[in-house]
Design a protein around this ligand. Sequence first.
Ligand code: FAD
Length: 117
Amino acid sequence: KLGNETIKAELGRAAWKLLHTTFARFPDQPTADESAALESYIRLFQRLYPCGECAEHFGLLLEQFPPQVSSRSAAAAWGCHVHNEVNKRLRKELFDCSNIGDFYDCGCADGDEEGEN
Ligand code: FAD
C-alpha cells in the first residue's frame, strides 16, 4: 500500500487517464481476439495495480460490473461507470458519462502514422 495520499492520487489520475484513453481508442467493431485482449488487460491492471487497497476494491467492482469489451462505446461507457463507482466511494463528484466520447482524445488519429501521436 502506498502510504502517501498525494502519490496515490497522482497514480490514480494517471491510471484513469490511461484506461479511459485506451477505451476511447478501442475498435468500434473489435475482433474476438481484440476483445479478449482488452478483458485481460483490465483484469491484469486490477491484479497488478500498485495501490493494494485500490486493487482490492477494484476487484470487487469487476465482480459486480464485468468488463464490457464488445465495442469502443461499450468499453468507454463501462469505464466511465466503474470510475463513477470509485468516485462515489471516495465521495467525489460524478462524471457525466454522456460526455465521455469527446473527453479522451489522445491526438493519435487513426491512419496518421507520420503525424502527431
Ligand atoms: P480522478 O478520479 O483521478 O479523475 C481524473 C479525472 O478524470 C477527473 O478530473 C475528471 O476529469 C475525469 N473523470 C472523473 N470521473 C470520471 C469518470 N467516471 N469517467 C471518466 N472520466 C472521469 N483512491 C483511494 O483513495 N482509494 C481507492 O480505493 C482507490 N481506488 C482506485 C481504483 C482504481 C482502479 C484507480 C485507477 C484509482 C483508485 N483510486 C483510489 C484513486 C482515485 O480514484 C483518484 O484517481 C484519486 O483520488 C485522484 O482523484 P481526482 O479527484 O484527481 O480525480
